[in-house]
Design a protein around this ligand. Structure first.
Ligand SMILES: [Zn+2]
Length: 597
Protein backbone atom coordinates (compact mmCIF):
# COMPACT_ATOMS: atom_id res chain seq x y z
CA UNK A 1 0.00 0.00 0.00
CA UNK A 2 1.35 3.40 -0.95
CA UNK A 3 0.63 6.39 1.21
CA UNK A 4 1.95 9.89 1.44
CA UNK A 5 4.49 11.00 3.97
CA UNK A 6 1.85 13.33 5.41
CA UNK A 7 -0.58 10.47 6.02
CA UNK A 8 2.17 8.51 7.66
CA UNK A 9 3.13 11.50 9.82
CA UNK A 10 -0.47 12.01 10.90
CA UNK A 11 -0.77 8.36 11.74
CA UNK A 12 2.39 8.51 13.85
CA UNK A 13 1.26 11.70 15.60
CA UNK A 14 -2.10 10.15 16.38
CA UNK A 15 -0.52 7.07 17.94
CA UNK A 16 2.22 8.77 19.93
CA UNK A 17 1.68 10.48 23.23
CA UNK A 18 4.19 13.29 23.44
CA UNK A 19 4.34 13.12 27.23
CA UNK A 20 5.23 9.42 27.08
CA UNK A 21 7.83 9.89 24.38
CA UNK A 22 9.57 12.93 25.86
CA UNK A 23 9.18 11.46 29.34
CA UNK A 24 11.36 8.60 28.13
CA UNK A 25 14.23 11.04 27.63
CA UNK A 26 13.86 13.54 30.44
CA UNK A 27 11.93 13.45 33.71
CA UNK A 28 8.71 15.44 33.39
CA UNK A 29 6.59 16.76 36.22
CA UNK A 30 2.95 17.65 35.92
CA UNK A 31 2.26 21.35 36.36
CA UNK A 32 -1.40 22.18 35.82
CA UNK A 33 -2.47 21.33 32.30
CA UNK A 34 1.07 20.73 31.12
CA UNK A 35 4.32 19.02 32.08
CA UNK A 36 7.64 20.59 32.93
CA UNK A 37 11.24 19.43 32.81
CA UNK A 38 14.82 20.53 32.25
CA UNK A 39 15.35 21.43 28.60
CA UNK A 40 17.55 18.88 26.81
CA UNK A 41 18.51 21.50 24.24
CA UNK A 42 20.04 24.18 26.41
CA UNK A 43 21.76 24.30 29.77
CA UNK A 44 19.46 25.25 32.59
CA UNK A 45 18.95 24.67 36.27
CA UNK A 46 15.26 25.48 36.62
CA UNK A 47 12.82 23.84 34.23
CA UNK A 48 11.50 25.99 31.40
CA UNK A 49 10.80 23.10 29.05
CA UNK A 50 7.05 22.50 28.75
CA UNK A 51 5.05 19.69 27.22
CA UNK A 52 1.37 20.13 26.47
CA UNK A 53 -0.57 16.90 26.39
CA UNK A 54 -3.74 18.35 24.91
CA UNK A 55 -1.98 20.06 22.02
CA UNK A 56 0.73 17.38 21.78
CA UNK A 57 3.49 19.95 21.55
CA UNK A 58 6.56 20.97 23.51
CA UNK A 59 8.04 24.39 23.99
CA UNK A 60 11.07 25.71 25.83
CA UNK A 61 10.66 29.18 27.28
CA UNK A 62 14.41 29.31 27.83
CA UNK A 63 15.73 28.79 24.33
CA UNK A 64 12.55 29.02 22.26
CA UNK A 65 12.68 25.59 20.61
CA UNK A 66 9.51 23.59 20.24
CA UNK A 67 7.16 21.66 18.02
CA UNK A 68 5.40 18.35 17.88
CA UNK A 69 6.58 14.89 18.82
CA UNK A 70 8.27 14.36 15.46
CA UNK A 71 10.21 17.59 15.81
CA UNK A 72 11.33 16.48 19.26
CA UNK A 73 12.67 13.19 17.92
CA UNK A 74 14.37 15.00 15.04
CA UNK A 75 16.19 17.25 17.49
CA UNK A 76 16.86 14.71 20.20
CA UNK A 77 18.00 11.86 17.96
CA UNK A 78 19.40 14.17 15.29
CA UNK A 79 17.36 12.60 12.54
CA UNK A 80 15.74 14.09 9.49
CA UNK A 81 11.95 14.20 9.26
CA UNK A 82 11.60 10.88 7.50
CA UNK A 83 14.02 9.06 9.77
CA UNK A 84 12.36 10.53 12.87
CA UNK A 85 9.00 9.24 11.63
CA UNK A 86 10.41 5.79 11.08
CA UNK A 87 12.09 5.87 14.47
CA UNK A 88 8.79 6.69 16.16
CA UNK A 89 6.85 4.21 14.07
CA UNK A 90 9.18 1.41 15.09
CA UNK A 91 8.83 2.34 18.73
CA UNK A 92 5.07 2.49 18.48
CA UNK A 93 4.80 -0.70 16.47
CA UNK A 94 3.30 1.05 13.44
CA UNK A 95 4.18 -0.76 10.21
CA UNK A 96 6.29 1.33 7.85
CA UNK A 97 4.30 2.06 4.72
CA UNK A 98 5.83 2.22 1.29
CA UNK A 99 5.98 5.92 0.82
CA UNK A 100 5.75 7.94 -2.34
CA UNK A 101 8.37 10.63 -2.26
CA UNK A 102 9.81 13.21 -4.52
CA UNK A 103 12.03 11.73 -7.20
CA UNK A 104 15.11 13.35 -5.67
CA UNK A 105 14.55 11.47 -2.41
CA UNK A 106 13.83 8.37 -4.41
CA UNK A 107 17.21 8.63 -6.11
CA UNK A 108 19.07 9.05 -2.86
CA UNK A 109 17.13 6.30 -1.15
CA UNK A 110 17.82 4.00 -4.07
CA UNK A 111 21.53 4.67 -3.81
CA UNK A 112 21.59 3.96 -0.08
CA UNK A 113 19.74 0.73 -0.72
CA UNK A 114 22.21 -0.25 -3.41
CA UNK A 115 25.17 0.49 -1.12
CA UNK A 116 23.67 -1.62 1.65
CA UNK A 117 22.94 -4.39 -0.81
CA UNK A 118 26.48 -4.54 -2.19
CA UNK A 119 27.92 -4.58 1.33
CA UNK A 120 25.54 -7.36 2.31
CA UNK A 121 26.59 -9.22 -0.80
CA UNK A 122 30.27 -8.75 0.09
CA UNK A 123 29.59 -10.01 3.61
CA UNK A 124 28.11 -13.22 2.24
CA UNK A 125 30.95 -13.59 -0.23
CA UNK A 126 33.71 -13.22 2.40
CA UNK A 127 31.76 -15.38 4.82
CA UNK A 128 31.51 -18.29 2.38
CA UNK A 129 35.21 -18.10 1.62
CA UNK A 130 36.00 -18.14 5.32
CA UNK A 131 34.12 -21.40 5.74
CA UNK A 132 35.59 -22.91 2.55
CA UNK A 133 38.96 -24.59 2.11
CA UNK A 134 40.28 -21.15 1.06
CA UNK A 135 39.69 -19.81 4.53
CA UNK A 136 41.84 -22.28 6.42
CA UNK A 137 44.57 -19.78 7.35
CA UNK A 138 41.97 -17.28 8.63
CA UNK A 139 40.28 -19.98 10.69
CA UNK A 140 43.63 -21.09 12.08
CA UNK A 141 44.46 -17.54 13.04
CA UNK A 142 41.16 -16.93 14.82
CA UNK A 143 41.31 -20.30 16.50
CA UNK A 144 44.69 -19.25 17.85
CA UNK A 145 42.96 -16.24 19.34
CA UNK A 146 40.24 -18.38 20.85
CA UNK A 147 37.49 -17.62 18.36
CA UNK A 148 35.59 -20.75 17.37
CA UNK A 149 33.28 -21.19 14.41
CA UNK A 150 30.13 -20.32 16.39
CA UNK A 151 31.58 -16.99 17.42
CA UNK A 152 32.85 -16.36 13.89
CA UNK A 153 29.36 -17.02 12.61
CA UNK A 154 27.79 -14.73 15.16
CA UNK A 155 29.98 -11.84 14.06
CA UNK A 156 29.82 -12.90 10.40
CA UNK A 157 33.59 -12.92 10.20
CA UNK A 158 34.86 -13.50 6.66
CA UNK A 159 37.96 -14.00 4.60
CA UNK A 160 39.20 -11.94 1.67
CA UNK A 161 41.77 -14.04 -0.20
CA UNK A 162 45.07 -12.50 -1.19
CA UNK A 163 44.21 -12.02 -4.86
CA UNK A 164 43.60 -8.89 -6.91
CA UNK A 165 40.27 -9.28 -8.69
CA UNK A 166 38.33 -12.16 -7.22
CA UNK A 167 35.70 -10.13 -5.43
CA UNK A 168 35.46 -7.57 -8.24
CA UNK A 169 34.92 -10.26 -10.87
CA UNK A 170 32.31 -12.10 -8.83
CA UNK A 171 30.37 -8.93 -8.05
CA UNK A 172 30.41 -7.71 -11.65
CA UNK A 173 29.26 -11.12 -12.83
CA UNK A 174 26.37 -10.78 -10.35
CA UNK A 175 25.40 -7.54 -12.07
CA UNK A 176 26.85 -4.95 -9.67
CA UNK A 177 28.40 -1.97 -11.42
CA UNK A 178 32.03 -0.98 -10.94
CA UNK A 179 30.83 2.48 -9.98
CA UNK A 180 28.79 1.12 -7.12
CA UNK A 181 31.66 -1.10 -5.94
CA UNK A 182 33.94 1.91 -6.05
CA UNK A 183 31.50 4.07 -4.15
CA UNK A 184 31.11 1.38 -1.51
CA UNK A 185 34.88 1.39 -1.11
CA UNK A 186 35.14 -2.30 -1.92
CA UNK A 187 37.40 -1.76 -4.95
CA UNK A 188 40.06 0.80 -5.85
CA UNK A 189 41.08 2.30 -9.21
CA UNK A 190 44.22 0.73 -10.71
CA UNK A 191 47.15 2.39 -12.48
CA UNK A 192 45.70 2.18 -15.95
CA UNK A 193 42.52 3.97 -16.80
CA UNK A 194 39.40 1.88 -16.27
CA UNK A 195 41.20 -0.81 -14.27
CA UNK A 196 40.22 -1.68 -10.72
CA UNK A 197 41.30 -4.05 -7.97
CA UNK A 198 39.95 -5.36 -4.66
CA UNK A 199 40.54 -3.16 -1.62
CA UNK A 200 40.59 -6.05 0.84
CA UNK A 201 43.16 -8.76 0.09
CA UNK A 202 44.56 -11.38 2.44
CA UNK A 203 42.50 -10.07 5.32
CA UNK A 204 40.16 -11.43 7.97
CA UNK A 205 36.98 -9.45 7.47
CA UNK A 206 34.90 -7.96 10.29
CA UNK A 207 31.64 -6.60 8.92
CA UNK A 208 30.18 -3.52 10.60
CA UNK A 209 26.43 -3.96 10.90
CA UNK A 210 24.06 -1.09 11.53
CA UNK A 211 20.99 -1.15 13.78
CA UNK A 212 18.77 -2.29 10.91
CA UNK A 213 20.93 -5.37 10.43
CA UNK A 214 22.55 -4.18 7.21
CA UNK A 215 26.26 -4.38 6.60
CA UNK A 216 27.56 -0.84 6.01
CA UNK A 217 31.34 -1.27 6.10
CA UNK A 218 34.21 -3.65 6.86
CA UNK A 219 37.32 -3.75 8.93
CA UNK A 220 39.95 -6.12 7.55
CA UNK A 221 42.81 -7.48 9.63
CA UNK A 222 45.92 -8.56 7.79
CA UNK A 223 47.23 -12.04 8.40
CA UNK A 224 50.89 -11.84 9.27
CA UNK A 225 52.92 -8.67 9.46
CA UNK A 226 51.64 -6.49 6.62
CA UNK A 227 50.60 -2.87 6.96
CA UNK A 228 48.21 -1.51 7.95
CA UNK A 229 47.21 -4.05 10.55
CA UNK A 230 43.57 -3.02 10.20
CA UNK A 231 42.20 -1.64 6.96
CA UNK A 232 38.73 -0.11 7.08
CA UNK A 233 36.13 0.80 4.50
CA UNK A 234 36.25 4.49 3.64
CA UNK A 235 33.35 6.71 4.68
CA UNK A 236 30.44 6.41 2.29
CA UNK A 237 26.89 7.69 2.08
CA UNK A 238 25.80 4.93 4.44
CA UNK A 239 28.85 4.76 6.68
CA UNK A 240 30.27 7.57 8.79
CA UNK A 241 33.02 6.47 11.11
CA UNK A 242 32.03 8.30 14.28
CA UNK A 243 28.38 7.36 13.98
CA UNK A 244 28.40 3.62 14.51
CA UNK A 245 29.38 1.44 17.40
CA UNK A 246 30.69 -1.97 16.51
CA UNK A 247 28.57 -4.72 18.05
CA UNK A 248 25.63 -2.49 18.98
CA UNK A 249 23.43 -4.45 16.57
CA UNK A 250 23.90 -7.48 18.85
CA UNK A 251 24.26 -5.68 22.15
CA UNK A 252 21.21 -3.45 21.91
CA UNK A 253 18.90 -6.29 22.90
CA UNK A 254 20.90 -6.91 26.08
CA UNK A 255 20.97 -3.28 27.16
CA UNK A 256 17.33 -2.93 28.08
CA UNK A 257 16.98 -2.09 31.72
CA UNK A 258 19.87 -0.89 33.77
CA UNK A 259 22.70 -2.89 32.27
CA UNK A 260 25.80 -0.77 31.83
CA UNK A 261 27.44 -0.82 28.41
CA UNK A 262 31.03 -2.05 28.31
CA UNK A 263 32.96 0.18 25.95
CA UNK A 264 36.06 -1.27 24.32
CA UNK A 265 38.31 -0.07 21.54
CA UNK A 266 38.58 -2.75 18.88
CA UNK A 267 36.95 -5.65 17.09
CA UNK A 268 38.92 -8.32 18.91
CA UNK A 269 38.29 -6.81 22.36
CA UNK A 270 34.58 -6.91 21.73
CA UNK A 271 34.53 -10.45 20.41
CA UNK A 272 36.65 -11.60 23.35
CA UNK A 273 34.09 -10.15 25.76
CA UNK A 274 31.28 -11.92 23.94
CA UNK A 275 33.26 -15.13 24.04
CA UNK A 276 33.23 -15.01 27.83
CA UNK A 277 29.57 -14.10 28.00
CA UNK A 278 29.89 -10.33 28.43
CA UNK A 279 27.38 -9.44 25.77
CA UNK A 280 26.67 -5.85 26.72
CA UNK A 281 29.82 -4.62 24.99
CA UNK A 282 30.30 -2.18 22.14
CA UNK A 283 33.47 -1.01 20.42
CA UNK A 284 34.20 2.58 19.46
CA UNK A 285 36.60 1.54 16.64
CA UNK A 286 39.15 4.29 16.80
CA UNK A 287 40.20 6.11 19.88
CA UNK A 288 38.12 9.26 20.05
CA UNK A 289 34.55 8.61 21.08
CA UNK A 290 32.30 11.00 19.21
CA UNK A 291 29.23 12.88 20.31
CA UNK A 292 27.11 10.82 17.92
CA UNK A 293 28.36 7.61 19.48
CA UNK A 294 27.58 8.96 22.94
CA UNK A 295 24.06 9.85 21.83
CA UNK A 296 23.68 6.40 20.38
CA UNK A 297 24.72 4.84 23.68
CA UNK A 298 22.33 7.05 25.55
CA UNK A 299 19.45 5.52 23.66
CA UNK A 300 20.23 2.16 25.20
CA UNK A 301 21.87 2.68 28.57
CA UNK A 302 22.48 5.02 31.48
CA UNK A 303 25.96 3.87 32.41
CA UNK A 304 29.07 3.34 30.32
CA UNK A 305 32.13 1.48 31.54
CA UNK A 306 35.38 2.19 29.74
CA UNK A 307 37.57 -0.83 29.18
CA UNK A 308 40.42 0.77 27.26
CA UNK A 309 44.14 0.13 27.34
CA UNK A 310 45.73 1.67 30.39
CA UNK A 311 48.56 3.26 28.38
CA UNK A 312 48.88 6.98 27.81
CA UNK A 313 46.97 6.97 24.52
CA UNK A 314 44.19 4.97 26.13
CA UNK A 315 43.98 7.38 29.04
CA UNK A 316 43.78 10.40 26.79
CA UNK A 317 41.05 8.73 24.80
CA UNK A 318 39.11 7.98 27.99
CA UNK A 319 39.46 11.55 29.20
CA UNK A 320 38.03 12.87 25.94
CA UNK A 321 35.43 10.12 25.94
CA UNK A 322 34.32 11.12 29.44
CA UNK A 323 33.62 14.62 28.21
CA UNK A 324 31.24 13.51 25.50
CA UNK A 325 29.55 10.89 27.68
CA UNK A 326 29.05 13.31 30.57
CA UNK A 327 27.60 15.83 28.16
CA UNK A 328 24.90 13.22 27.50
CA UNK A 329 24.34 12.85 31.26
CA UNK A 330 25.60 9.30 31.18
CA UNK A 331 27.22 7.84 34.25
CA UNK A 332 30.84 6.96 33.47
CA UNK A 333 32.98 4.31 35.14
CA UNK A 334 36.41 2.96 34.34
CA UNK A 335 37.76 -0.57 34.54
CA UNK A 336 41.47 -0.56 35.17
CA UNK A 337 43.29 -3.41 33.46
CA UNK A 338 46.65 -4.55 34.80
CA UNK A 339 49.55 -3.01 32.94
CA UNK A 340 50.20 -4.27 29.40
CA UNK A 341 46.98 -6.27 29.32
CA UNK A 342 44.07 -5.70 27.01
CA UNK A 343 40.60 -7.21 27.56
CA UNK A 344 41.44 -10.03 25.18
CA UNK A 345 44.64 -11.18 26.90
CA UNK A 346 43.28 -10.60 30.39
CA UNK A 347 40.20 -12.73 29.75
CA UNK A 348 42.30 -15.57 28.41
CA UNK A 349 44.43 -15.55 31.55
CA UNK A 350 41.83 -14.92 34.24
CA UNK A 351 38.58 -16.04 32.62
CA UNK A 352 35.09 -14.66 33.08
CA UNK A 353 35.24 -14.67 36.89
CA UNK A 354 38.44 -12.65 36.96
CA UNK A 355 37.02 -10.15 34.55
CA UNK A 356 33.74 -9.95 36.42
CA UNK A 357 35.54 -8.99 39.61
CA UNK A 358 37.42 -6.33 37.66
CA UNK A 359 34.09 -4.92 36.49
CA UNK A 360 32.75 -4.94 40.01
CA UNK A 361 35.80 -2.99 41.12
CA UNK A 362 35.22 -0.37 38.44
CA UNK A 363 36.20 3.11 39.46
CA UNK A 364 34.22 6.26 39.23
CA UNK A 365 35.78 8.23 36.38
CA UNK A 366 36.70 11.14 38.62
CA UNK A 367 38.51 9.00 41.19
CA UNK A 368 40.36 7.38 38.34
CA UNK A 369 41.56 10.67 36.90
CA UNK A 370 42.39 12.17 40.28
CA UNK A 371 44.53 9.12 40.91
CA UNK A 372 46.09 9.44 37.47
CA UNK A 373 46.85 13.09 38.18
CA UNK A 374 48.43 12.28 41.53
CA UNK A 375 50.61 9.72 39.84
CA UNK A 376 51.60 11.75 36.79
CA UNK A 377 52.16 15.15 38.40
CA UNK A 378 53.90 16.27 41.54
CA UNK A 379 50.88 17.52 43.42
CA UNK A 380 52.97 18.84 46.28
CA UNK A 381 53.90 21.76 44.06
CA UNK A 382 51.42 24.43 42.94
CA UNK A 383 52.42 23.74 39.32
CA UNK A 384 51.49 20.09 39.79
CA UNK A 385 48.11 21.00 41.26
CA UNK A 386 47.43 23.35 38.37
CA UNK A 387 48.39 20.64 35.88
CA UNK A 388 45.88 18.24 37.44
CA UNK A 389 43.16 20.90 37.40
CA UNK A 390 43.89 21.71 33.77
CA UNK A 391 43.63 18.03 32.91
CA UNK A 392 40.23 17.75 34.64
CA UNK A 393 38.87 21.07 33.47
CA UNK A 394 37.31 19.85 30.20
CA UNK A 395 35.35 17.30 32.21
CA UNK A 396 34.22 19.75 34.86
CA UNK A 397 33.08 22.12 32.14
CA UNK A 398 30.52 19.49 31.23
CA UNK A 399 29.05 19.28 34.72
CA UNK A 400 26.10 21.61 34.98
CA UNK A 401 24.31 20.08 37.91
CA UNK A 402 25.21 22.23 40.94
CA UNK A 403 25.23 19.32 43.38
CA UNK A 404 27.46 17.23 41.13
CA UNK A 405 29.73 20.19 40.50
CA UNK A 406 30.06 20.76 44.23
CA UNK A 407 30.74 17.09 44.89
CA UNK A 408 33.33 16.81 42.11
CA UNK A 409 35.22 19.95 43.02
CA UNK A 410 35.20 18.83 46.66
CA UNK A 411 36.71 15.46 45.78
CA UNK A 412 39.33 17.05 43.55
CA UNK A 413 40.22 19.50 46.31
CA UNK A 414 40.64 16.61 48.77
CA UNK A 415 42.56 14.57 46.22
CA UNK A 416 45.22 17.14 45.46
CA UNK A 417 45.27 19.00 48.76
CA UNK A 418 43.73 22.31 47.80
CA UNK A 419 40.85 24.39 49.11
CA UNK A 420 37.64 23.69 47.20
CA UNK A 421 37.18 27.42 46.74
CA UNK A 422 40.43 27.58 44.77
CA UNK A 423 39.50 24.58 42.66
CA UNK A 424 36.22 26.22 41.70
CA UNK A 425 37.95 29.53 41.04
CA UNK A 426 40.46 27.90 38.74
CA UNK A 427 37.81 26.01 36.79
CA UNK A 428 35.48 28.99 36.54
CA UNK A 429 38.19 31.52 35.71
CA UNK A 430 38.77 30.28 32.20
CA UNK A 431 35.13 29.40 31.80
CA UNK A 432 33.75 32.90 31.89
CA UNK A 433 33.90 33.40 28.14
CA UNK A 434 32.02 30.24 27.28
CA UNK A 435 29.29 30.69 29.84
CA UNK A 436 28.58 34.23 28.85
CA UNK A 437 27.65 33.39 25.29
CA UNK A 438 25.11 30.81 26.45
CA UNK A 439 23.59 33.30 28.88
CA UNK A 440 23.50 35.94 26.19
CA UNK A 441 21.59 33.66 23.88
CA UNK A 442 18.98 33.09 26.55
CA UNK A 443 18.77 36.76 27.39
CA UNK A 444 18.33 37.65 23.76
CA UNK A 445 15.41 35.29 23.62
CA UNK A 446 13.97 36.62 26.87
CA UNK A 447 14.03 40.19 25.56
CA UNK A 448 11.35 39.41 23.01
CA UNK A 449 8.77 38.90 25.75
CA UNK A 450 5.22 39.38 24.61
CA UNK A 451 2.48 40.62 26.97
CA UNK A 452 0.61 37.57 28.35
CA UNK A 453 -2.66 39.26 27.46
CA UNK A 454 -1.78 39.10 23.77
CA UNK A 455 -0.62 35.52 23.99
CA UNK A 456 -3.82 34.63 25.79
CA UNK A 457 -5.89 36.16 23.00
CA UNK A 458 -4.13 33.81 20.60
CA UNK A 459 -4.86 30.89 22.87
CA UNK A 460 -8.55 31.75 23.06
CA UNK A 461 -8.73 31.99 19.28
CA UNK A 462 -6.84 28.75 18.72
CA UNK A 463 -8.97 26.92 21.27
CA UNK A 464 -12.22 28.38 19.96
CA UNK A 465 -11.97 29.11 16.24
CA UNK A 466 -15.74 29.70 16.21
CA UNK A 467 -15.08 32.95 18.10
CA UNK A 468 -13.02 34.38 15.24
CA UNK A 469 -15.87 36.39 13.66
CA UNK A 470 -16.69 37.92 17.04
CA UNK A 471 -13.05 38.84 17.59
CA UNK A 472 -12.73 40.29 14.12
CA UNK A 473 -15.72 42.51 14.80
CA UNK A 474 -14.32 44.00 18.00
CA UNK A 475 -10.55 43.82 17.85
CA UNK A 476 -8.52 46.74 16.59
CA UNK A 477 -5.21 45.32 15.45
CA UNK A 478 -3.29 48.23 17.00
CA UNK A 479 -4.28 46.87 20.42
CA UNK A 480 -1.76 44.11 19.83
CA UNK A 481 1.71 45.47 20.52
CA UNK A 482 3.70 42.54 19.15
CA UNK A 483 4.11 42.94 15.42
CA UNK A 484 4.62 39.21 14.99
CA UNK A 485 1.36 38.37 16.75
CA UNK A 486 -0.43 41.20 14.96
CA UNK A 487 0.56 39.67 11.64
CA UNK A 488 -0.53 36.22 12.70
CA UNK A 489 -3.85 37.29 14.22
CA UNK A 490 -4.79 39.36 11.21
CA UNK A 491 -4.10 36.42 8.91
CA UNK A 492 -5.76 33.90 11.18
CA UNK A 493 -8.92 35.98 11.54
CA UNK A 494 -9.26 36.65 7.84
CA UNK A 495 -9.00 32.97 6.92
CA UNK A 496 -12.10 30.95 7.64
CA UNK A 497 -11.14 28.62 10.48
CA UNK A 498 -12.80 25.28 10.03
CA UNK A 499 -10.78 23.25 12.43
CA UNK A 500 -8.31 23.96 15.17
CA UNK A 501 -5.63 21.65 13.83
CA UNK A 502 -2.80 23.21 15.75
CA UNK A 503 -0.05 21.26 14.03
CA UNK A 504 -0.96 22.44 10.56
CA UNK A 505 -1.43 26.02 11.79
CA UNK A 506 1.99 25.87 13.38
CA UNK A 507 3.53 24.36 10.26
CA UNK A 508 2.22 27.19 8.12
CA UNK A 509 3.45 29.86 10.49
CA UNK A 510 6.87 31.47 10.38
CA UNK A 511 9.40 30.22 12.89
CA UNK A 512 8.95 33.31 15.03
CA UNK A 513 5.18 32.98 14.93
CA UNK A 514 5.31 29.26 15.66
CA UNK A 515 7.37 29.86 18.76
CA UNK A 516 4.83 32.40 20.03
CA UNK A 517 1.91 30.12 19.19
CA UNK A 518 3.46 27.43 21.34
CA UNK A 519 4.04 29.91 24.14
CA UNK A 520 0.39 30.89 23.88
CA UNK A 521 -0.60 27.27 24.36
CA UNK A 522 1.03 27.23 27.77
CA UNK A 523 -0.55 30.48 28.99
CA UNK A 524 -2.96 29.59 31.75
CA UNK A 525 -6.42 31.05 31.90
CA UNK A 526 -6.86 33.93 34.37
CA UNK A 527 -10.48 32.89 34.90
CA UNK A 528 -10.65 29.11 34.67
CA UNK A 529 -14.42 29.03 35.12
CA UNK A 530 -15.38 31.64 32.55
CA UNK A 531 -16.95 30.66 29.24
CA UNK A 532 -14.87 31.19 26.09
CA UNK A 533 -17.12 34.08 25.02
CA UNK A 534 -16.68 35.76 28.38
CA UNK A 535 -12.92 35.20 28.27
CA UNK A 536 -12.71 36.75 24.84
CA UNK A 537 -14.77 39.77 25.87
CA UNK A 538 -12.66 40.42 28.96
CA UNK A 539 -9.44 39.81 27.09
CA UNK A 540 -10.37 42.30 24.39
CA UNK A 541 -11.36 44.93 26.97
CA UNK A 542 -8.07 44.48 28.73
CA UNK A 543 -6.14 44.65 25.50
CA UNK A 544 -7.87 47.91 24.75
CA UNK A 545 -6.97 49.29 28.17
CA UNK A 546 -3.36 48.28 27.89
CA UNK A 547 -3.23 49.81 24.44
CA UNK A 548 -4.62 53.08 25.85
CA UNK A 549 -2.03 52.97 28.60
CA UNK A 550 0.76 52.44 26.13
CA UNK A 551 -0.55 55.36 24.16
CA UNK A 552 -0.71 57.53 27.29
CA UNK A 553 2.87 56.66 28.21
CA UNK A 554 3.89 57.66 24.73
CA UNK A 555 2.04 60.99 24.99
CA UNK A 556 3.54 61.76 28.39
CA UNK A 557 6.99 61.19 26.98
CA UNK A 558 6.26 63.43 24.02
CA UNK A 559 4.99 66.21 26.28
CA UNK A 560 8.05 66.00 28.49
CA UNK A 561 10.32 66.11 25.49
CA UNK A 562 8.50 69.08 23.99
CA UNK A 563 8.51 71.02 27.27
CA UNK A 564 12.26 70.58 27.49
CA UNK A 565 13.01 71.64 23.94
CA UNK A 566 10.37 74.05 22.64
CA UNK A 567 8.43 74.96 25.79
CA UNK A 568 4.65 74.87 26.04
CA UNK A 569 2.82 75.48 22.78
CA UNK A 570 -0.54 74.52 21.33
CA UNK A 571 0.55 71.06 20.31
CA UNK A 572 1.73 70.33 23.80
CA UNK A 573 -1.50 71.56 25.31
CA UNK A 574 -3.48 69.38 22.94
CA UNK A 575 -1.40 66.40 23.90
CA UNK A 576 -1.97 67.15 27.58
CA UNK A 577 -5.68 67.20 26.81
CA UNK A 578 -5.36 63.86 25.07
CA UNK A 579 -3.63 62.45 28.10
CA UNK A 580 -6.45 63.60 30.32
CA UNK A 581 -9.07 62.14 28.00
CA UNK A 582 -7.08 58.97 27.75
CA UNK A 583 -7.03 58.61 31.53
CA UNK A 584 -10.78 59.07 31.68
CA UNK A 585 -11.22 56.42 28.98
CA UNK A 586 -9.11 53.99 30.91
CA UNK A 587 -11.11 54.58 34.08
CA UNK A 588 -14.34 54.03 32.24
CA UNK A 589 -13.08 50.90 30.57
CA UNK A 590 -11.87 49.50 33.84
CA UNK A 591 -15.23 50.13 35.48
CA UNK A 592 -17.01 48.44 32.62
CA UNK A 593 -14.65 45.54 32.84
CA UNK A 594 -15.21 44.96 36.53
CA UNK A 595 -18.95 45.31 36.22
CA UNK A 596 -18.77 42.73 33.47
CA UNK A 597 -16.80 40.36 35.61
ZN1 LIG B 1 15.62 25.12 26.00
Amino acid sequence: MKSSLTDFANNVRASADIVDIIGGYIPLKRAGASYKGLCPFHKEKTPSFNVHQGRQIFHCFGCGVGGDVIKFIMMQERLDFRAALEHLARRLGIPLPEITTRSEDDGREKKYRALREINNFALKYFRELYESSEGVSAREYLKGRGIDSDLAKRFAIGWAPDRWHDFLDTAVKKGYSQNLLLEAGLILPGNTKGSFYDRFRGRVMFPIIDLHGDCVAFGGRILGDGEPKYLNSPETDIYKKGRVLYGLNLTRGQLRGNEPALLVEGYMDLIALYKYGFNTAVASLGTALTEEQARLLKRFTKEVIFIYDGDEAGQKAMLRGCEVLLAQSLSVKIVVLPESEDPDTFLDKKGAAGFQSLIEKRMDFLDFFIETGRRDFNIRTPEGKIAVLDMLKPILDRIHHPILFNDYTFRIAEGIGLEQRLVIQHIRAKNAGVKKTADEAIQKHAKEKIPPLELFLVRILLDNPELCPKAQETLELEWVSSSVLRGFISRYLSEAQESSDFISIEENASEEEASLLREATFISSPLPNASPEELLRINLERLKISHKRRHRRHLVQEVQKAEKTIGVNEDVLRMADDIHQNSLDICELREKLFVGE
